[in-house]
Design a protein around this ligand. Structure first.
Ligand code: C5P
Length: 211
């Protein structure tokens, strides 16, 4: 049986993860958050003090790693890891490495009905032929407010203005990078997530009902 693939792309803190979790539960699809993989790799580079500007050092390190954890955790959700993940994501060798992990994950879990995968290049590069492609749109101020609340709730000290600045910087890095920049994927549906979650999932359920 053909596996169903739903992709969710969008900028930092646009609510992709919450939306993906909702779709995963309602439609019994396996959720893969590709951002976790960039964050996990950033953590490895941080711990092992890899110079992330030195492409040879990065490539050598990638050759040594054959698997990384797909598990979420508070310690990869810090502002420092967010920034580092965005910085390493500009390198093509890093993107190829992470894309391979994603293809393996989807191919290995053959018994699953399908997958909902979120990130910045999922519908545009990684799974171009997905059954449904969503692009989540939210203005930066609302994203910063939501991320601020999330960080405070998880016990991290935070300043709203700094978060807004970091979000804008990450948007710039993600949209302007040479390899797999954040774009609205061809054939995707733009979901407005400026309002309530209920309003957002209503837009999505209409689309999912048609697949
Ligand atoms: O989605 P999340 O904020 O966890 O992703 C962390 C960083 O990883 C992003 O800012 C982005 O630079 C990078 N990323 C990416 N492509 C993806 C997922 C994440 O470039 N598919």
């Amino acid at each position: 049986m053909k596996k169903l693939i739903v992709t969710i792309d969008g900028p930092a803190a646009s609510g992709k993860e919450k939306i993906a979790k909702y779709i995963s539960k309602k439609w019994k699809l396996n959720h893969l958050d590709s951002g976790i993989l960039y964050r996990r790799l950033a953590l490895i580079f941080l711990i092992e003090k890899i110079d992330i500007k030195n492409i040879n050092k990065i490539e050598n390190k990638l050759k040594e790693i054959d698997q990384i954890s797909f598990r979420n955790s508070n310690h990869i959700r810090t502002q420092a890891i967010s920034k580092l993940a965005s910085k390493i994501a500009i390198h093509n060798c890093v993107r190829r490495f992470i894309n391979k992990l994603q293809y393996n994950f989807v191919n290995k879990n053959k018994k699953m009905r399908g997958f909902v995968i979120d990130g910045r290049d999922i519908g545009s590069v990684v799974f171009k032929k997905a059954d449904l492609k969503l692009y989540i749109d939210v203005n930066p101020e609302i994203r910063a407010k939501r991320r601020y609340k999330q960080l405070i709730d998880s016990g991290e000290k935070s300043i709203y203005r700094k978060i807004l600045k970091d979000i804008k910087l990450r948007d710039k890095q993600d949209k302007l990078r040479k390899h797999s920049p954040l774009v609205i994927p061809k054939g995707s549906h733009i979901i407005n997530n400026n309002g309530s979650f209920k309003d957002t999932i209503n837009q999505i359920n209409i689309l999912l009902d048609k697949i």
